[in-house]
Design a protein around this ligand. Structure first.
Ligand SMILES: [Zn+2]
Length: 242
């Protein structure tokens, strides 16, 4: 960090549909911000970290776009199929992301874990993480609870890489996996809190998500956390009676 660095921020506004359940077709705006280091951004990063780790009374607020429901299981099993994955996302990388997201969501009180495909084929109700354009329907990711799938779109990630080649798309992939996994934990409504992995930034009607400091960019590429926050987990525990 160099405190004499001028703060330079470039905004890349990319409008696309993302991160939704099948009933949700609103356009989403993801703003990718590239920010150099400065005391201002360091302070903002600290505030963002507080929002991740600290859930204050009254902060659990959702968009009225779904009804949460408890999961009828004490354990959620995931498996990963690398067929049709972009070459920039090797199997070991994505498997690790799925395992990390499942471990993080286990803080809900329902254990989540990744199992190998051969084991998954012998068990029922295993949620398959897969690359499938038809099932993801133009979104980065889409969950289908009835089919027990979490579908990712290689095209969407290719487009993101084309628009901004210097951006590390692994950040968005981890966030999308964590976000969609949250739907399998019974969280159907999206969070109004920008930092929550279950959030979206605006509803396409001029309403935006909230931050403790509305001017805070956090000095990061994606304000939304890429794992469940304390508020995400608190809502999950409440919904599931944990
Ligand atoms: Zn969603």
């Amino acid at each position: 960090m160099n405190r004499h660095f001028a703060r330079t921020t470039r905004f890349y506004a990319i409008v696309y549909r993302t991160l939704c359940l099948p009933h949700c077709y609103l356009a989403r705006t993801i703003i990718v911000m590239l920010t150099s280091c400065s005391p201002v951004t360091m302070a903002a990063e600290s505030l963002r970290a507080q929002e991740i780790n600290d859930c204050r009374s009254g902060e659990i607020v959702t968009w009225a776009d779904g009804i949460d429901h408890p999961v009828a299981s004490e354990e959620l099993l995931f498996t990963y199929d690398p067929l049709n994955a972009p070459v920039r996302f090797p199997e070991s990388l994505v498997s690790d992301m799925v395992a990390k997201a499942a471990l993080a969501w286990s803080g809900c009180g329902i254990t989540g874990r990744l199992i190998p495909r051969p084991e998954a084929s012998r068990r029922s109700n295993v949620i398959q993480v897969q690359w499938n354009e038809a099932e993801s329907r133009g979104n980065f990711g889409l969950s289908n609870l009835g089919k027990h799938t979490l579908s990712l779109s290689a095209n969407a990630f290719d487009n993101l890489n084309t628009v901004n080649p210097s951006y590390d798309t692994r950040i968005t992939l981890q966030m999308v996996i964590s976000h969609e996994m949250g739907h399998h934990y019974g969280l159907m409504a999206h969070s109004r809190r920008c930092i929550d992995v279950l959030s979206y930034y605006d509803n396409g009607k001029g309403e935006k998500c909230t931050k403790r400091n509305p001017f805070d960019t956090g000095g990061v590429t994606e304000y939304r956390h890429n794992f469940p926050t304390t508020c995400d987990l608190a809502r999950c525990r409440a919904v599931n009676g944990k």
